[in-house]
Design a protein around this ligand. Structure first.
Ligand code: CP
Ligand code: NVA
Length: 300
């Protein structure tokens, strides 16, 4: 049987994703009750980080520990990954010694090359194209707060980036409507958009996208690797801030999510981030629980 990877939400069926989220809710409860759950005893996860991280690193490392396994951090600075050893060769070597590989990097093709040459499951911990692990946590958070998301209306406001792309994939797998508002030159990938059909729509303004939404989501205006564009992007995205006015267009019980880190006063106001509609801390904590369910599915 070929090795199962998690490079995109689309690698899993809708049923797989829903049962994974239910399992995540279950492992969360076990942890809170102090019940030991160690199905990954003796298993090792290599974690390659070619970009910075707080949540992804801490949640995967804590998750492996809690499941009875161990995680090993690798960075390009102190391995041969940063000295030109091909990712294909690194994949063959690393996967001969560990049970799974997590990678956060720039080009998505680098993750695909790693997976193609790895004998063990590869998990996408964020690429320039996608951030599927974050969506597991976001969907878990929604399911905990509101139940099934099928048929709900979700507004994505800001950059048509890796998070926006994963929301498009989530709209396909979880069957919700996604209303996107991005500056004209920062729209999501056209082929991804086309793959979602009429579940996903583009809107001219943030206010229009937010109208009647059950969930409003945004992310930083300059992603990792775009630091030099930061100043220019502040101007381009100025009309795409999630603020009180944007939230007022949504349904009264709408939730607000942000994968974090957030830039208060840029893509979202402090007021919205700290409001009772904001579930950002639950969302961040659920990275741990959702990924434990993922690790168990792929590595156990
Ligand atoms: N949301 C997220 O992936 O956070 P980190 O960059 O801190 O891992
Ligand atoms: N879009 C952001 C997400 C960070 C978790 C980035 O890629 O930097």
């Amino acid at each position: 049987m070929s090795t199962r990877h998690f490079l995109s939400l689309l690698d899993f069926s809708s049923d797989d994703l829903k049962s994974l989220i239910n399992h995540a809710i279950d492992v969360k409860q076990k942890l809170k009750q102090g019940v030991s759950h160690t199905p990954l005893s003796g298993k090792l996860l290599a974690m390659i980080f070619e970009k910075s991280s707080t949540r992804t690193r801490v949640s995967f490392e804590a998750g492996m520990y809690q499941l009875g396994g161990h995680a090993m951090f690798l960075s390009p600075r102190d391995s041969h990954l940063g000295r030109g050893e091909p990712i294909e060769d690194s994949a063959r070597v690393i996967s001969s010694m560990v049970d799974g590989i997590l990678i956060r990097t720039f080009g998505h093709d680098r993750i695909e090359a790693l997976a193609a040459h790895s004998r063990v499951p590869v998990i996408n911990g964020l690429s320039d194209l996608l951030h599927p692990c974050q969506l597991l946590a976001d969907m878990q958070t929604w399911f905990e707060q509101r139940g099934d998301i099928a048929g709900a209306s979700v507004a994505w406001i800001g950059d048509g980036n890796n998070m926006c792309h994963s929301y498009i994939n989530a709209a396909i797998r979880f069957d919700f409507a996604l209303r996107i508002a991005c500056p004209p030159d920062h729209k999501p990938d056209p082929s991804l958009l086309a793959s979602a059909g009429d579940r996903v729509s583009l809107h001219a303004t943030a206010l229009e996208a937010a109208r009647g939404a059950d969930l409003i989501v945004t992310d930083v205006w300059a992603s990792m690797g775009q630091e030099e564009e930061q100043k220019q992007r502040l101007e381009i995205f100025a009309d795409y801030q999630v603020n009180r006015e944007v939230m007022s267009q949504a349904n009264d019980d709408a939730l607000f999510m942000h994968c974090l880190p957030a830039h208060r006063g840029e893509e979202v106001t402090s007021e919205v981030l700290e409001s009772s509609q904001s579930v950002i801390w639950q969302e961040a904590e659920n990275r741990l629980h959702a990924q434990k369910a993922l690790l168990e599915k792929l590595l156990a």
